[in-house]
Design a protein around this ligand. Structure first.
Ligand code: FAD
Length: 614
C-alpha cells in the first residue's frame, strides 16, 4: 500500500498528525490496531486546564480537531482563572469519553485523503543504502505501507508494562497489547531511549455511589467553547462532585506501601510530578489530613465514574479497602482497578524542532513517545509533526513556531533543546512571553500560518478576517483622536473593562464585540507596555538566531568547545545560530564562541577560520 505519509497510532497525537497531513493535501494512512481505539482517553475524561487549554486553542487555530471535538463531546465546561488576567484564563471541560471517540472518528473519516488502516506497526523500513532514510513500515500481519514520511505516536505502548500491586504484565493500556517490536526497531537505530511511568485511578459504578455525601461542583452558566469555530455550547451540563480521603484511608495506604511497585523498589522509572499517585501524596504530604477527590462521570449515559486524585498502583484488595474507607464510596462496585504503567520513550533531543528525528530522514515522533504527558501536549506535538511530515514530502521548509508565538513553540523548544527526565507537562510559567499568549489571541497568532499551509478552509478564514476587522475597528475607536486616546488610557487601568469603558464613553462603539473579543482587546491594552518591551527582546533574539553558520564550518577549530559539542554539531550541522542553540548541551558560552568564529572569513591558505583580532 502506497501513501505519502503514514501515522502510527490514533491517540491524541496521531489523530492531529494524520488530519494535518491529509489537510495539507497528502495521501495519509492512520494506523491503529482497531478503529475503536481512535482518540481513546486513557485516563481522565477531561480536556484543557491551565496551559493545556491554551494548547487546545492553538491546535484549533492551526486547523486541528481537539477543540471542535471537545465542544461537541463536552459535558461540563469551566473557564479557569476567571477572576485573574486574560493571559492566564483557560478553558477546561469534562467530556463524554465514548462521544469524544465517536466525534473524532467521524471527523477523521470525513477528511479527504485520510485512510484509517487497522493493524499493528511492527518495523520501520528504509530506502536501500542504509537506515538513513525512511521508506515506510511493515505491519504484524505482513502488510507493507510505503511512505516518504512516517510519524510515530504510540503513547504509552512501547514495551508498556502494567503494575497492580505485585501483579505485573505487558500491556499498552489495560486490555490492550503493548508495542514491543517497534520499540526494538527504534532501539536498534541507536535512539537514546528511557523509561517513564504514569498511573490511573479505579473506575466505579455510578449507581453504587452515594452522591448525597459529596460537595457539588457545577459547570459555568455561560460555557466558553474551545474552538474559534464554535459559536455556542448548547448541551446541558452535568455536575461533578468532590469527596475527600481521610486518616483511615491514609493509614490503609501507609500499611500497604510495600505492595506498591515504586515504594518496594520494583520499578524506578519517573512518574508525572504534578499528577502524583495517592500513595505519593500520603507519603510526601504526611501532615495533610485529607486529599480531594473529584468524582467525574466518564460520560452522559455511561455507568463509569472516574476518581480524579486517587491514581494508585496498590493491589486490588488494598484498592477495595481504600474505597470502602471514603464517605459516599463505601461498598461501591469497582469496575476497573487503578494501575501504574511503565513505558519506553525516546529522548526528545533526538528530534529537530520540526519533530523529525536527527538520525533518520523522514521519521517523525510525536506525543507521549517524546516524553510528555497529557492529551493536549500530545495533540500539539501531533499537529506539528503532521504539518512537517507533509512539508517534508513536498520538499518545503519546515514549520517551527517561536517561543513568543505559541505555547506549542515553547513545548517543542523545551523538549528538543533540553530533553526530559520526567513526564513533561505544560505550565503557563514555562512561557516567558505568556502575556502575549492568551487564549483569545491564538487565532491572531496562528491562523495566518495555518492558512498559508492550506490547513484552514475559506469559511474559517473569512470568519477570522471578520473578527480581525471588528477588533481593529474597536481599537481605533478606543484610541481615536477625537477622544484624545482617553478611552485607551482608561482601559489600561486595573479594574476597567470594555463594558465599563462603553458606559463611560456615552456613545456606542462601532461594533458589538463577543466575550472572547472583549478578552482579546483587554489583554492587548492592559499588557501593552510589557508586550512592547518583550517584542524588542524577541527581535534581538531572532536577529541573532537567524545568523547563518557556513555549511562546512569546522567546529574543531573553535578553541574552548568541548569534544562532545564539536562531535554533535559536526554531525547535526545546524544551519543557523538559532538551530545550534536548540541542540542539547550547547551552552550560551559555546554559542558565543561559535558566533564569533562562524562570522569570520576563511584564510584561503590554511582553511582555518580567522577569529577577530588575529
Ligand atoms: P495515546 O493516546 O496513548 O495513543 C497511542 C496510540 O498508538 C493508540 O491509538 C494505540 O492503539 C496506538 N498504537 C500503539 N502501538 C501501536 C502500533 N505498534 N501500531 C499501531 N498503533 C499503535 N495524562 C495526564 O495528563 N494525566 C494523567 O494523569 C495521565 N494518566 C495516565 C494514565 C494511564 C494509565 C495512561 C495510559 C495515560 C495517562 N496519561 C495521563 C497520559 C495520556 O493518556 C497521554 O499523555 C496521551 O493519551 C498521549 O497521547 P498519545 O497520542 O501520545 O498516545
Amino acid at each position: 500500500m502506497k501513501f505519502d505519509v503514514v501515522v502510527v497510532g490514533a491517540g491524541h497525537a496521531g489523530c492531529e498528525a494524520a488530519h494535518a497531513s491529509a489537510r495539507s493535501g497528502l495521501h495519509t494512512a492512520l494506523v491503529v490496531p482497531t478503529a475503536g481505539a481512535v482518540a481513546r482517553m486513557s485516563c481522565n475524561p477531561a480536556i484543557g486546564g491551565l496551559a493545556k487549554g491554551h494548547l487546545v486553542r492553538e491546535i484549533d487555530a492551526l486547523g486541528g480537531l481537539m477543540g471542535r471535538v471537545t465542544d461537541e463531546a463536552g459535558i461540563q465546561f469551566r473557564l479557569l482563572n476567571r477572576s485573574r488576567g486574560p493571559a492566564v484564563q483557560a478553558p477546561r471541560a469534562q467530556t463524554d469519553k465514548a462521544e469524544y471517540h465517536e466525534v473524532m472518528l467521524r471527523l477523521l473519516r470525513a477528511t479527504p485523503g485520510l485512510e484509517i488502516v487497522e493493524g499493528m506497526a511492527d518495523a520501520l523500513r528504509f530506502s536501500s543504502g542504509g537506515q538513513g532514510r525512511i521508506s515506510g513500515l511493515s505491519l504484524s500481519d505482513g502488510r507493507v505501507l510505503e511512505a516518504q514520511a512516517v510519524v510515530i505516536t504510540t503513547g504509552t505502548f512501547l514495551r508498556g508494562r502494567i503494575h497492580i500491586g505485585r501483579e505485573s504484565f505487558p500491556a499498552g493500556r489495560l486490555g490492550e497489547a503493548p508495542s514491543v517490536d517497534l520499540a526494538l526497531s527504534l532501539e536498534g537505530l541507536g535512539f537514546e531511549m528511557g523509561r517513564l511511568k504514569t498511573g490511573t485511578p479505579p473506575r466505579l459504578r455510578r449507581d453504587t455511589i452515594d452522591f448525597s455525601r459529596f460537595e457539588l461542583q457545577e459547570g459555568d452558566s455561560d460555557p466558553v467553547p474551545f474552538s474559534f469555530s464554535t459559536t455556542e455550547i448548547k448541551t446541558t451540563q452535568v455536575p461533578c462532585h468532590i469527596a475527600y480521603t481521610n486518616e483511615n484511608t491514609h493509614a490503609i495506604i501507609r500499611e500497604r506501601l510495600h505492595e506498591s511497585p515504586m515504594f518496594s523498589g520494583r520499578i524506578s522509572s519517573v512518574g508525572p510530578r504534578y499528577c502524583p499517585s495517592v500513595e505519593d501524596k500520603v507519603v510526601r504530604f504526611a501532615d495533610r489530613l485529607r486529599h480531594q477527590i473529584f468524582i467525574e462521570p466518564e460520560g452522559r449515559t455511561t455507568d463509569e465514574i472516574y476518581l480524579n486524585g486517587l491514581s494508585t498502583s496498590l493491589s486490588r484488595e488494598s484498592q477495595r479497602l481504600m474505597i470502602d474507607s471514603i464517605d459516599g464510596l463505601a461498598g461501591a462496585c469497582i469496575l476497573r482497578p487503578g494501575y501504574a504503567i511503565e513505558y519506553d520513550f525516546v529522548q526528545p533531543t533526538e528530534l529537530r524542532p520540526t519533530l523529525e528525528s536527527w538520525r533518520v530522514d523522514g521519521l517523525f515522533l510525536a506525543g507521549q513517545i517524546d516524553g510528555t504527558t497529557g492529551y493536549e501536549e500530545a495533540g500539539a506535538l501531533g499537529i506539528v509533526a503532521g504539518i512537517n511530515a507533509a512539508l517534508k514530502v513536498k520538499r518545503a521548509p519546515g514549520f517551527v513556531l517561536g517561543r513568543h508565538e505559541a505555547y506549542i513553540g515553547v513545548l517543542v523548544d523545551d523538549l528538543v533543546s533540553r530533553g526530559t527526565r520526567e513526564p513533561y507537562r505544560m505550565f503557563t510559567s514555562r512561557a516567558e512571553y505568556r502575556l502575549m499568549l492568551g487564549i483569545e489571541s491564538a487565532d491572531e497568532r496562528l491562523t495566518p500560518h495555518a492558512r498559508s499551509l492550506g490547513l484552514v478552509d475559506d469559511q474559517t478564514w473569512e470568519r477570522f478576517r471578520r473578527k480581525q476587522d471588528r477588533v481593529g475597528r474597536y481599537m481605533s475607536w478606543l484610541g481615536s483622536a477625537e477622544k484624545g486616546g482617553a478611552l485607551l488610557t482608561r482601559l489600561a487601568r486595573p479594574g476597567e473593562s470594555t463594558d465599563s469603558i462603553e458606559l463611560a464613553a456615552h456613545a456606542a462603539p462601532p461594533v458589538r464585540l463577543s466575550v472572547g473579543e472583549r478578552g482579546l482587546i483587554e489583554g492587548k491594552v492592559k499588557y501593552r507596555g510589557y508586550i512592547e518591551q518583550q517584542l524588542g527582546e524577541i527581535q534581538r533574539v531572532a536577529r541573532d538566531g537567524a545568523r547563518k553558520i557556513p555549511p562546512g564550518f569546522d567546529y574543531g577549530r573553535v578553541p574552548g568547545l568541548s569534544t562532545e559539542i564539536v562531535e554533535k554539531l559536526g554531525r547535526l550541522r545546524p544551519a543557523t545560530l538559532g538551530e545550534a542553540a536548540r541542540v542539547s548541551g550547547v551552552t550560551p558560552a559555546a554559542l558565543a564562541l561559535i558566533r564569533v568564529y562562524a562570522q569570520r572569513p576563511v584564510n584561503a591558505h590554511s582553511g582555518v577560520q580567522i577569529p577577530a583580532g588575529s
